[in-house]
Write a protein that binds this ligand. Structure first.
Ligand code: SAM
Length: 196
């Protein structure tokens, strides 16, 4: 997956990495910033997604589509598609630009809207990357876990840099008999849950 990333994907990844880095220091308002994962988290997600069982692949919180490009590598390797949800129309527009210029429109499907309204229609979730506003994490966790297939993976970002806010959800996941879970110190901290 990592040795032969297509130039169209690499070019867009580098472009978004540059915008994200600039956003963080030039005073861009929080909601306008891309707030995307670092590259090492992207590689971690791609590796996990490539080992997930058969079923639906979803992402909650697309922003400009950077993390979805990493998931696209796994999707391409396995011949599976990924559905990503984005609530803000202006971010969704950037994500569409990303998927077009990276030429992954056949792998990534973007749904514009509140993911919470769509998860009910998702069945057999094999992989979910949760990277939305922290206030909705626990609700998303409660919606996604019952719909996951055995061996399916739920990965939630910000488990370390927003630990205080997310602690109740992390504690629940660590004690939840439906999943095996742990927090991995990579990037901003990833809570990884595997459905038993
Ligand atoms: C941290 S950013 C996602 C970054 C992206 N995963 C990446 O690494 O490239 C969070 C995004 O989630 C979106 N979002 C927040 N709540 C949402 C919801 N309920 N449904 C869908 N998208 C949501 C925000 O608009 C924002 O663009």
């Amino acid at each position: 997956m990592f040795h032969s990333i297509r130039p169209s994907i690499l070019t867009r990844m580098h472009y978004l990495e540059h915008i994200d880095a600039t956003d963080r220091v030039d005073g861009t308002l929080r909601l306008q910033r891309l707030r995307q994962i670092p590259p090492e988290t992207g590689r971690f997600l791609a590796l996990l997604a490539a080992t997930a069982p058969d079923g639906a692949y979803i992402e909650i919180g697309a922003s400009a589509g950077y993390s979805a490009l990493w998931l696209a590598l796994a999707g391409e390797a396995l011949g599976r598609s990924v559905t990503t949800f984005e609530i803000l129309p202006e971010k969704a527009k950037l994500a569409l630009e990303t998927f077009k210029s990276a030429q992954v429109e056949n792998i990534i499907k973007l749904v514009v809207g509140d993911a919470r309204q769509y998860i009910a229609q998702c069945d057999e979730i094999a992989f979910c990357f949760l990277d939305a506003e922290k206030e909705v994490y626990e609700e998303c966790y409660d919606l996604v876990v019952p719909k996951m297939v055995k061996g399916g993976l739920l990965v939630a970002d910000n488990a370390i840099n927003h630990r205080e806010t997310l602690q109740p959800m992390i504690d629940r996941a660590l004690q939840d008999g439906r999943v095996d879970a742990l927090v991995v110190p990579i990037g901003k901290g990833e809570l990884v849950c595997r459905k038993i």
